[in-house]
Design a protein. Structure first.
Length: 277
């Protein structure tokens, strides 16, 4: 019995993979850089209680945001081991999970566009080249966090067109001070910012929103310059933002000379197949 998890900063998807269909559930994101150990342990206990035959789990493959270093992998493995003491735990970064889901055993350029963002060159076996990620404050170009950050900044600085500003404040009826308090004084500011991406999805045909998306996705795709030696390889994009903004992403990519080979909204089913087949 294999348990597979794909964990971002906002949510974690779990599959008890005894067959390709598997049985799936969703919990909050378990990024160890943003979520304390007690909270992670509590969520893992909930997962253990919710899964049928959890005691029969022999192997866990956990792919997580914030799990790209040996230290974070060891930390998460220990927490998983406490919740599933009979299981052998493998912890990898979410980037490797995206690569295996999108490419299988083939080389390619792979990008994650979810709450956060990342890019790498995958050689078919491992991540062979990856630029250092600067996180949700300095980086995450093209992500839900980046889109939401730009929308909120424009809303607070009164830079939105009147009709979009009216719709934004109707959707989020907070004062400027309440927005700032929520952003700077409460947990998970990256999730808070990324939540505004749903507003962009609802209004993505508006010229202002189109421009915001073009700027954000353009900044993300500019990161491919770091991988120019591998530009001949197919480009795969993984994550919820790719699903919500497919046409805009393809338009911006085409304008910049890139062709997107595939978009994978939910990598978990592909990860189940990867580990079973």
């Amino acid at each position: 019995m294999i348990l597979i998890a794909d964990s971002g900063s906002t949510k974690t998807r779990w599959a008890l993979a005894h067959d390709v269909a598997g049985s799936m559930l969703t919990t909050q994101g378990l990024n160890p850089h943003l979520t304390d150990a007690d909270t992670i342990s509590r969520v893992l206990q909930d997962v253990c209680a919710a899964l049928p035959s959890s005691a029969a789990v022999e192997t866990i493959h956990f792919y997580g945001a914030g799990c790209g270093t040996a230290e974070s992998q060891c930390h998460m493995s220990q927490l998983l081991g406490r919740a599933f003491p009979a299981a052998h735990c493998w912890v990898e970064g979410d980037m490797l999970g995206a690569c295996r889901a999108a490419c299988g055993a083939n080389p390619g350029l792979v990008g994650i566009l979810g709450t956060g963002s990342n890019l790498c060159y995958f050689d078919g076996h491992r991540i062979a080249l990856q630029r250092f990620s600067t996180g949700y404050i300095l980086g995450d170009e093209g992500s839900g966090n980046h889109i939401g950050r730009q929308l909120l900044k424009d809303a607070l600085e009164d830079r939105m067109p009147h009709d979009i500003s009216l719709a934004f404040h109707q959707a989020y009826p907070l004062s400027n001070n309440e927005f700032i308090s929520r952003l700077y004084s409460q947990p998970y500011p990256n999730r808070f910012l990324a939540s505004f991406a749903s507003f962009a999805a609802q209004h993505q045909q508006h010229p202002y929103i189109e421009q915001v998306l073009n700027d954000c996705f353009g900044a993300f795709l500019e990161g491919l310059d770091f991988y120019k030696a591998y530009r001949h390889l197919p480009l795969h994009l993984v994550g919820g933002i790719t699903h919500s903004f497919q046409s805009q992403l393809r338009h911006v990519a085409q304008a910049m000379g890139y062709s997107i080979a595939s978009m994978v909204a939910d990598p978990l089913p592909s990860l189940v197949r990867y580990h079973l087949l």
